[in-house]
Design a protein around this ligand. Structure first.
Ligand SMILES: [Ca+2]
Ligand SMILES: [Ca+2]
Ligand SMILES: [Ca+2]
Ligand SMILES: [Ca+2]
Length: 245
């Protein structure tokens, strides 16, 4: 009798443990992007109700530099989508805002900047000198830079509309981004978005206060391995987000 009960209990426990584990194996970390319910006014202010629908996510993964104080850098972000754009709200705290390269195409990653990574079809793979994915560096003057097909940096201002407000050390960035396919060439129109699709996405901040090269590079995604500065080359490390209504 005791043996029968122990078999039943063991079977039940095994069933419960499998049932609780199976969703973890099939989900993509549960990262979802909600659709906007009303227009977003790009002004660096968050007074529109649409943003209430989205959750805050942290920018807390140190890809370059050792963990630092909240005053030196801290950041969080929200994402929404419409049929035509992704919308990003980022709030960054940085004690010294610095833009030392006047030419926005020169070592732009060593100036303070926000960086938004998009792999429109969540394909992963190399995107260093192709448009399999984009790594938009948004400077504090709101100019946008990424690598072109010719392996040279180029301005991509026309893919984004941005506004920001800096109050003391806190900057609020409000950005609308067109989504382009991997066969993108200059002048090509963006594609439409639809519910249910998956997009590769992550966001980071390059923080440089006093140095020749950036002191910290802090992103939203946990990157395994020694070299964590791989986002500008490898779209395989981007998180996969699902667009929902
Ligand atoms: Ca706004
Ligand atoms: Ca700083
Ligand atoms: Ca891709
Ligand atoms: Ca800084």
């Amino acid at each position: 009798m005791f043996y029968q009960w122990s078999v039943i209990i063991t079977t039940l426990l095994l069933f419960l443990s499998c049932a609780s584990e199976s969703p973890k194996q099939t989900s993509h970390k549960g990262l979802i992007i909600q659709k906007i319910t009303e227009p977003i006014i790009l002004n660096g202010g968050v007074d529109e109700a649409a943003w209430n629908k989205a959750s805050w996510y942290p920018m807390d993964q140190y890809w370059i530099g050792a963990p630092t104080s909240k005053e030196d850098f801290s950041g969080r972000f929200k994402v929404l989508w419409s049929n035509d754009r992704l919308y990003v709200l980022a709030e960054t705290t940085d004690d010294i805002i610095r833009d030392m390269h006047e030419d926005g195409l020169e070592r732009y990653w060593d100036d303070d900047c926000l960086e938004i990574f998009i792999d429109e079809n969540a394909s992963g793979g190399d995107h260093q000198y192709n448009h399999n994915a984009f790594a938009y560096h948004i400077a504090h003057n709101l100019r946008v830079t990424d690598m072109g097909l010719d392996s040279l940096p180029a301005y991509f201002d026309h893919h984004l509309q941005s506004a920001k407000v800096t109050d003391n050390n806190i900057t609020t960035w409000e950005i609308a981004i067109e989504v382009h396919t991997d066969d993108y060439s200059f002048g090509q129109k963006p594609r439409k978005l639809q519910a249910g699709e998956k997009i590769g996405f992550m966001i980071a901040y390059c923080d440089n206060d006093n140095s020749k090269e950036r002191e910290h590079f802090i992103g939203s995604t946990k990157v395994e391995g020694e070299d964590k500065n791989r986002g500008w080359i490898d779209a395989g490390i981007f998180d996969k987000w699902t667009l929902v209504e």
